[in-house]
Design a protein around this ligand. Structure first.
Ligand SMILES: C[S@@+](CC[C@H](N)C(=O)[O-])C[C@H]1O[C@@H](n2cnc3c(N)ncnc32)[C@H](O)[C@@H]1O
Length: 425
């Protein structure tokens, strides 16, 4: 179904808002750090002196510098957003007096992300796209239709929710594209790749390119890239503009390893054992993404259910098209897990395999946008899969972290569910 004019306008507006969020990162984050400076002045003189003797103020200065370095990187991500096929405004959001204040930060919390559209056949790792109607759960009341956002006063003011997405993107870069992320990738991506190779162990490596692997919710694209590096035809699917913009830079514009330096841990002072851990620099990427000629790798922007669930494109019906579907920390993004599993079942080719690894952190539980959410326990998910026609095998529980700060004083380890599944019927 062709997108309506309203869909396109909505899409443009969301994209423009994400760009504004990237552009506002420095002023927003510096204001947050400055709050700490201001708070110092409210303390008794003796307390201020004691804290000064610890070098607390110098630490705040170091954090400012790290924020500016992050801003430099983020600027590169959105330096040329027009290549994504959207028009965007120039400049930064500014408060009434031209600066961000701690109070300017909007704490409205929303739940979901978005897709974007863009065709970029010139690049080795194509992001192919289609317009689809979409909803992103972002605070539409804060935004303005793109056509109206030309004047400076009317520019979008990023919310705390938007900034949180951006800060998470920095941590996601550690997971997918840094040496520090190797451990996390080893626990999550390695078992999935091994299971894929095991399932197709009778296929000679040179013929793997005839087998199509889909990675829905691909994040910053590392798992999908790794699968393509193994020789399979691999398509990642992702709907977050934050992820799509950032993965585009890494996948298509990395000239050498460690060409960027980011400081993902400077945004919170909680659970920090020492300043070195908070201020540590992360170099990215750990590899220059470079696939041999003849490789088949793409990232498709858009909603998984819309792209793979609706038989909208007669040129490319999805039914039975995929020899493997790899879901890593993905199935719990479903509003309706029944639909996700039905789609996975339908798009799997005969003899195909679904490989899953992840927790059940239902993303839509307690959403404030009145979206439906079905939250099954693990036993129910597996029973549902069976009823839908997927036979689950090779079950394991794998301890895995997700964008964790390995040097922080707090660390969650998920007891993730791993399995492979094949079509019974
Ligand atoms: C928890 S992250 C996992 C990312 C990646 N697989 C990894 O392991 O690092 C879930 C990802 O799925 C994406 N996502 C959520 N719902 C989606 C949907 N309906 N269609 C496409 N992508 C979606 C999110 O934007 C996010 O990048």
């Amino acid at each position: 179904m062709a997108p309506s004019a309203l869909d396109i306008e909505e899409e443009q507006r969301h994209f423009a808002n994400v760009i504004t969020t990237f552009q506002s990162y420095a002023s927003y984050s510096l204001a947050a750090n400055n709050r700490r400076r201001k708070d110092l002045f409210t303390l008794p003189q003796a307390d201020q002196e004691l804290l000064s003797s610890l070098g607390y103020k110098e630490k705040l200065d170091e954090v400012d510098k790290a924020i500016m370095a992050n801003a430099e990187f983020l600027k590169q991500v959105v330096v040329d957003p027009e290549i994504f096929g959207h028009e965007v405004d120039e400049g930064d959001y500014e408060g009434a007096d031209g600066e961000w204040h701690a109070d300017d930060r909007d704490s409205s919390s929303q739940t979901q992300e978005h897709q974007h559209s863009h065709d970029n056949p010139d690049h080795s790792h194509s992001h192919s796209h289609s317009h689809h109607g979409q909803h992103d759960g972002h605070s539409h009341s804060h935004g303005h239709p793109h056509s109206q956002s030309r004047t400076r006063q009317k520019r979008y003011k990023p919310t705390e929710f938007d900034m949180d997405k951006l800060r998470s993107t920095l941590k996601q870069l550690v997971r997918d594209w840094s040496e520090e992320g190797a451990e996390e990738r080893k626990t999550s991506y390695e078992p999935m790749k091994e299971a894929l190779l095991a399932h197709f162990s009778d296929i000679p490596p040179a013929e793997r390119r005839n087998f199509r692997v889909l990675v829905p919710g691909a994040g910053l694209g590392r798992l999908a890239y790794d699968v393509a590096s193994l020789g399979f035809a691999c398509q990642g699917n992702e709907f977050s503009h934050y992820m799509l913009l950032t993965s585009f830079l890494i996948l298509n514009q990395s000239e050498q390893v460690k060409m960027h330096t980011i400081y993902p841990y400077v945004h919170s002072f909680s659970n920090v054992p020492n300043r070195e851990s908070m201020l540590r620099a992360i170099s990215i990427p750990d590899v220059v993404p470079n696939l041999p000629p003849g490789s088949n790798f793409s990232l498709v922007a858009g909603d998984f259910e819309e792209i793979y669930g609706g038989e909208t494109d007669p040129e490319e019906p999805q039914s039975g098209l995929w020899d493997a579907v790899l879901t890593c920390f993905f199935i719990d993004t479903a509003k309706n897990i029944v639909n996700y599993l039905r789609i996975i079942h339908r798009i799997l080719a005969p003899g195909g395999v679904w490989i899953n690894l992840g927790p059940l952190l239902w993303h839509w539980e307690n959403n404030n946008t009145n979206d439906p959410s079905v939250e099954l326990d693990l036993v129910e998910v597996k029973e549902l899969a069976r009823k839908i026609g997927l036979e689950i095998k090779n079950e394991k529980t794998i301890g895995a972290t997700y964008t964790t700060n390995s040097e922080g004083m707090l660390g969650y380890t998920y007891r993730t569910a791993f399995w492979t599944a094949t079509k019974i019927a």
